[in-house]
Design a protein around this ligand. Sequence first.
Ligand code: SAM
Ligand code: DTB
Ligand code: SF4
Length: 331
Amino acid sequence: MTAYHNQMPDPDKPVDGNIRHNWSVDEIEEIYRSPLLELLGRACAVHRDHFDPARIQKASLLSIKTGGCPEDCAYCPQSAHHREVKLGKEQLFDPASVIEMAERAKNAGADRFCMGAAWRRVRDGAAFDAVLEMVRGVKGLGMEACVTLGMLEPHHARQLKDAGLTAYNHNLDTSPEFYSQIITTRTYQHRLDTLAAVRSQGIDLCCGGIIGMGETIRDRASMLHVLAGFDPHPESVPINALVPVAGTPLANLEPIDPLELVRMVATARITMPASMVRLSAGRTNLNREAQIMCLMAGANSVFYGEKLLTTPNPEEDSDTALFNALGPIAA
Ligand code: SAM
Ligand code: DTB
Ligand code: SF4
């Protein structure tokens, strides 16, 4: 079997005996399939050992360059391969307006601002320089700054680090086994190389995936196996449920049962106890109670604001109702 553990441990980081990097796929699948209430109880306990369960991080997301992407990711409305999708191609935003939007997000309660570009990879030049300016501006507001720009090389990561970047988002998306059913224009190894480039410059990793794309439970366990095999674990793990978009090849898939998302979050929490687990795309399909189950299962961050990158996220009113139901929350 291929070894995906290509990251070196940080010798300065304290060792937590409960943090493991040697989970087997079988073990992870067994956790995922365990009786729901046992799974929830275990995930809750692990969560409480590592975090204050009353704290939910709010991250705001902005597409700084939309559409026209040369990659063929089957789920993604921004791929230029999916010609039936009704989505305009837009130029890169200018840094001043991005920073203004970040400030608005901060005033609305977000403490992390994530910027996504529909690029295959980062290239040196004016567009990347503008992204560096956005990162400096967001950090200048006292917010965490995260970007997702596709593949990159270590010298790009160096510049992002110097600009103050907190984290780089680059997902595995699915298991190594299922991957080729979803993306053909770049390989799993390309993703791992980008993740290693990010790590090489001491930037936090935000790395997770999507469920509901037709993968098996074994695939879900296998993706978590790769993530939990990283040493250190990604500091944040976004768990997305597929948002089916008309015109993409996955447009007609049945939405997953919300309890599958609860199981996925709980299994991520148990296998990566100290990582932020972000309940990401797909919240509009979950009622308040299903979202609360995901938070009980160990999710401690959500995307906040009416839009993800191109698709809707819960409206402010329904998130306010969710947070009110949870009671006072330390952001
Ligand atoms: N182009 C960059 C890349 O792929 O790394 C950054 C942007 S890309 C849109 C970021 C992530 O959003 C993808 O890796 C995928 O996990 C998630 N995503 C995109 N479309 C989605 C959808 N329809 N449903 C759920 N997640 C989605
Ligand atoms: C992640 O894992 N999910 C976010 C963020 N990282 C960049 C993106 C979700 C995108 C959902 C589809 C869309 O809105 O275009
Ligand atoms: Fe492009 Fe990223 Fe969408 Fe794939 S997920 S098509 S790389 S924007």
